[in-house]
Design a protein around this ligand. Structure first.
Ligand SMILES: NC(=O)c1ccc[n+]([C@@H]2O[C@H](COP(=O)([O-])OP(=O)(O)OC[C@H]3O[C@@H](n4cnc5c(N)ncnc54)[C@H](OP(=O)(O)O)[C@@H]3O)[C@@H](O)[C@H]2O)c1
Length: 263
């Protein structure tokens, strides 16, 4: 299927590694030019160079922390002034630390909301006016299976993520008249650096090896394995494309069937 996004401009936040990187590469393979951010410059520049080399698209990079409003503003303003347009936004950030109700301080919850929910809000607030001007836009929020089904040891994520689904659905309703489609993608266990850190921490909590923890995680997934970043990216790239033209307001799990609910 031709996805129809060659020469579109895509902003992908938190994109030097993991899911953000895989989404950026997937969009670039469809011919979209990119603007990427992350906090660490070295990995960001290396990722940009790898994507340019493989796909030949233009890749702008900005060192920016989505936790910081001024960084988000600078990231998006720099993109708009460089490309003169923004068509696609993929919101993303790091995940909050692994903890429990007893161990987490109230401020930890506030930080999770500022990072994940407010990061998505601020990126969208900066980008949407550019889409409204051209009456076309695709926004995909990278969320988490935790938004639909609380995950053990991830109370901060479990508490902060559902708000993004409410944001996403409301944005979809309000922005449809401007030709802007808004959806969320909820990854389950996907093999990235973050999963490496989380599974090490959980294995330590449980007194088992990381390999045992990875096998236990895979056993909870109907497809019997942990996902790969490209498998998640394929869904996001479709949602960000011309071909998803009648899809807005959905929150789709990409989790090998792990989500236990019906809807
Ligand atoms: N992988 C999974 O199984 C899974 C499942 C459910 C949900 N998620 C969620 O999906 C998101 C991405 O996860 P991942 O597995 O791709 O993580 P990852 O492999 O650790 O990659 C995170 C990326 O985001 C960047 N980043 C982190 N914090 C940032 C910030 N405050 N501002 C800007 N960039 C930032 C990192 O670069 P710098 O560190 O240099 O900034 C890196 O490029 C997280 O929110 C995670 O909780 C992941």
């Amino acid at each position: 299927m031709e996805l129809g996004i060659s020469d579109r401009v895509a902003v992908v936040a938190a994109a030097s590694k993991g899911l953000g990187r895989a989404v950026a590469l997937g969009l670039a393979r469809e011919g979209a030019n990119l603007s990427l951010c992350a906090r660490g410059e070295e990995a960001l520049k290396a990722t940009a160079e790898e994507i340019r080399r493989e796909t030949g698209v233009e890749v702008l990079t900005t060192v920016a922390d989505v936790f910081k409003p001024e960084d988000v503003q600078r990231f998006v303003a720099g993109t708009a002034s460089h490309y003169g347009r923004i068509d696609i936004l993929v919101t993303n950030a790091g995940g909050p630390p692994n903890t429990t109700f007893n161990d987490a301080a109230p401020e930890d919850f506030l930080d999770a909301v500022k990072l994940n929910l407010m990061g998505a809000v601020r990126l969208s607030k900066e980008v949407v006016p550019h889409m409204q001007r051209r009456k076309w836009g695709r926004i995909v929020h990278i969320v988490s299976l935790a938004a639909k089904q609380p995950l053990p040891g991830l109370i901060l994520s479990n508490a902060a993520r559902p708000g993004i689904l409410g944001l996403s659905k409301s944005m979809a309703n309000e922005l449809a008249k401007d030709g802007i489609l808004v959806n969320s993608a909820c990854p389950g266990y996907t093999l990235t650096d973050r999963v490496d850190v989380l599974t090490k921490a959980r294995a330590q909590q449980l007194g088992i090896s990381q390999d045992e923890e990875l096998k236990a995680s895979a056993a909870r997934i109907p497809l019997g394995r942990i996902g790969m970043p490209e498998e998640f990216a394929n869904v996001v790239v479709f949602l960000a494309s011309e071909r998803a033209s009648f899809v807005t307001g959905v929150a789709i799990q990409v989790d090998g069937g792990q989500y236990a609910g019906l809807y």
